[in-house]
Design a protein around this ligand. Structure first.
Ligand code: SF4
Length: 476
């Protein structure tokens, strides 16, 4: 159990302002006359998974084209490019990116398109290869030239080499996937069809659906709701699916692992509550996190207040289970863009207030139980507690809907190094003092795993909480 009561101001740490937690989202469609437009809509639904760049690669009648740019989907694709409007493709893949691996530059934006044999091939990838540093060094030493510094290129180089050695292209692609380790949910498209694969551990989600005669794929099912598609199933870990231009499907298991490793943090934070991820309802799971948190760490408080938006559903679960009223005591400004939430150290206080502002009338004179999805570095939590007190809260207790983060992630989530993770340096008691909370408690690991219902809890990855890495990172 992770819990403690404390109340003392401490100035032990001031660290970098904010933990950026987004990563990538992928979307694909085959056999639809408006493929690029549907992909554009799908990317809007996946925007929460990455805001640095967006791109679409579409094919029709043997001709493929790429359009990508830096920024939000609305910036890059307010509409389809003019030259695409009369031919929006019959097949397309799309990507929204946050740079978990590689710099935030246009050369790293995806889909990543190359000439592969006589084809134009593009790849959209979500995840991080845990052996990427080793492969990159090896490939460079043996003559490979990299355009960007992201993992997807490694897969393409390996496939190209295998193809040059005589293997047919899709087999070469499959060979490349078999030989890398780590997390990937990947879509590859060329003039004749699409290949879709998920790593054998299943770290990142990937769902398959139908839209009339079209086959669709998405990181999350919320994109299916957006376009009116029907969710059919998950792409299985270790499965590769080939879809022809006309929508015919062939699938097989290309790599099997007994150990599965679904990222539990998708359910805690990343995925949208209106999605099904790993066959679980994100909404229902988050509410269960809150309910179990209330069982494990009850509090004497007048009000349960979520940190919007990420603490919302856990707070609802906590409130329902504890019987303490729920109220939206903090207003989130939805119009503050990412540039405004990455300030210099001097702007830290202003930036927190810019994004989240307590509602005095809701919190004044009350004992507040603040529910948050996680504490990573600790500095934003401290600011949040401070502003609640300044606005009249009598007490501020924090409840966190996952265990303390003590280790980095090597599978596509941008957690900082252990040194920067507050829970790897301080006890819960000390963290409570640092952030000036009257009490602080975290959901236990067992408690968190007890909340998943559709899949065996041992099939989840929880390495950032437990240090038990399902695939050892190979950094050299
Ligand atoms: Fe998810 Fe944490 Fe595992 Fe990374 S280490 S895949 S964030 S559970």
């Amino acid at each position: 159990m992770y819990g403690v009561a404390s109340r003392n101001i401490s100035n032990l740490i001031i660290l970098e302002f904010i933990m950026i937690k987004e990563h990538c989202g992928v979307f694909g469609i085959v056999n639809h006359p408006e493929a690029a437009e549907i992909t554009r809509l799908g990317l809007f639904a996946l925007q929460h998974r990455g805001q640095e760049s967006a791109g679409i690669f579409k094919c029709i009648n043997g001709k493929c084209e790429l359009h990508r740019g830096m920024g939000l989907v609305a910036d890059v694709f307010p509409k389809l490019p003019r030259e695409w409007r009369d031919s929006p493709g019959t097949m397309a893949i799309g990507h929204v990116r946050y740079s978990t691996a590689g710099k935030s530059v246009i050369t790293n934006a995806q889909p990543f398109a190359v000439e592969f044999d006589k084809w134009n091939l593009a790849v959209a990838h979500n995840g991080t290869l845990s052996d990427a540093p080793r492969w990159r060094t090896h490939l460079k030493r043996t003559g490979a030239i990299f355009q960007g510094d992201f993992d997807t290129e490694i897969i393409l180089h390996l496939a190209a080499r295998r193809h040059r050695a005589g293997q047919p292209p899709w087999e070469a692609f499959e060979y490349a996937l078999k030989n890398v380790e780590g997390a990937y949910s990947i879509l590859a498209l060329y003039e004749k069809g699409m290949a879709v694969a998920r790593d054998p551990y299943g770290f990142r989600p990937l769902a398959m659906g139908r839209l009339g005669k079209a086959v669709v794929f998405s990181s999350e099912t919320c994109a299916f709701d957006m376009i009116g598609a029907k969710y059919e199933r998950e792409v299985e870990p270790g499965e590769i699916i080939f879809v022809t231009e006309s929508g015919k499907i062939k699938s097989h298991c290309f790599s099997f692992s007994k150990r599965k490793a679904y990222c539990i943090f998708e359910l805690v934070y990343f995925s949208r509550p209106d999605s099904m991820v790993f066959n679980e309802s994100v909404y229902a799971t988050r509410k269960r996190f809150g309910a179990v948190l209330a069982d494990e760490h009850p509090v004497d408080a007048d009000l349960i207040v979520p940190i919007p938006d990420s603490g919302m559903y856990a707070a609802l679960g906590y409130s329902e289970r504890s019987g303490i009223p729920f109220d939206l005591g903090i207003m989130r400004n939805h119009y503050v863009g990412r540039t405004f939430i990455r300030p210099s150290a001097d702007d830290r206080k202003t930036a927190v207030n810019l994004k989240l502002n307590p509602i005095k009338e809701a919190i004044k004179g009350k004992r507040i139980c603040l529910v948050e999805d996680s504490i990573v570095r600790g500095n934003t939590s401290r600011e949040r507690v401070r502003t609640l007190r300044e606005n009249g809260a009598k007490e501020v207790h924090m409840r966190i809907s996952c265990p303390p983060h003590i280790q980095p992630c090597y599978y596509g989530i941008d957690f900082p190094s252990s040194d920067e993770l507050i829970a790897s340096r301080y006890s819960v008691d000390e963290i409570a003092k640092i952030i000036d909370a009257d009490s602080l408690s975290y959901l236990s690991l067992d408690g968190m795993l007890s909340c998943v219902k559709q899949t065996c809890p041992k099939d989840y990855c929880h390495a950032c909480f437990s240090g038990k890495y399902p695939v050892k990172p190979r950094l050299k």
